[in-house]
Design a protein around this ligand. Sequence first.
Ligand code: S0N
Length: 289
Amino acid sequence: WNVVESLPPRHGAMVGASDVSARLTLSDVIYEKCEEGIARITINRPHRRNAFTPRTVQEIMCCLDDARDDKDVGVIVLRGSGDLAFCSGGDQGVRGSNGYVDSGEGVPRLNVLDLQIQIRRTPKPVVASVAGYAVGGGHILHMVCDLTIAADNAVFGQTGPKVGSFDAGYGCAAMARIVGQKRAREIWFLARLYSAEDALRMGLVNTVVPLAQLEEETAVWCREMLRNSPTALRFLKASLNAAEDGHAGLVQLGGEATRLFYGSAEGQEGRDAYNSHRAPDWSKFTRTP
Ligand code: S0N
C-alpha cells in the first residue's frame, strides 16, 4: 500500500485552516492506494471507536474525490482503524446545538450528509469493510456503500434515539429499501444492536467472514470487480441508485449516458460540424430499431 499524506482541500474549505491554498494534511484518516487499483480509506480515531467529526468527514470526502479522479483506481474501500469499530457515528464530544463543531473552526456542520451523497455519486464501487461496531452515523455510512463485507465480530445498529439524534435521509430511506419498512422501524425505534449474522439475514451486509480474514476477503471482492468492465459498473451503480435518488439519481445516470455518447462517432459528428461551420451529416448513423 502507498500512503497518501495530504490532498487538495475540497471546494476551498478546510477545517481549521486559514490558508485555503494549502493542502489538507490527513490526520483523522489513513488514505492508501495499491497497484491493483484499490484505494483504501481508514477512519483513524480508534480512541473514539472511529467516531467522525466534521474534519474526519472532510478528509474522507477529499480521499473520495482523489479516488474518483485517479484513473488507476477502480474500487474504493472504507473501513475503520483496529478491530473494535468501523465507525461509531458522529463524535458526541463535538456535537453542538445545531451540528458538529471542530475545535479551531467554530462552524457547526452536518457534513456527513454530503459524504453520504458523495458515496452514492462516486462512479466506482465503494466497499465497506466492517470490523466491530458500525453504529449510528457509522451504520448509515456502511449502508450507503455499494457492498459491505463484515467480520464476525461486527455489530450493527442505530443509537440515535438513545442519544437524541436521527438521520431522516438515507438513514431511513436506504435502510427501509434494504431491510423493509417493518425492520427499519424496529432498528430505529428500539435502537437495538445486531450481530453480523443478524445483519446478513436482513440483507444489510453481503457476507460475513472471520475477523482474521476480513482484509483478504475484502480484497478478493475488490479484485473480482476490478476484472469487470468499469463502464458497466458505473452504469449499474447509477442505475441501481436512480429510482431511489429521484431526479439527482436520473442526473447521475443521464450523465453517464451523455459521457458515453460523447465518445461515439455520432456525438462527435455534431461537435465537429458545429466547430467547422457545416451542417451535421447524421445520414451515416443508423436509426437503431
Ligand atoms: C460504539 C459503542 C457501542 C462501543 O462501546 P464500547 O466498546 O464499550 O466502547 P466505549 O467505552 O463506549 O467507547 C470507547 C471510547 O470511545 C468513545 N466513543 C465511542 N463512540 C463515540 C461517539 N460516537 N462519540 C464520541 N465518543 C465516542 C467513548 O466515549 C469512549 O471514550 P472514553 O474512553 O474517553 O470514555 C459505544 O461507544 C457507543 O454506543 N457509542 C456511541 C454511539 C453513538 O451514539 N453515536 C452517535 C449516533 N448519532 C450519530 O451518529 C448521528 C450522525 C449524524 O451525524 C447525523 C446525520 C444526519 C442527521 C443528523 C445527525 C445528527 O447527529 O444529529
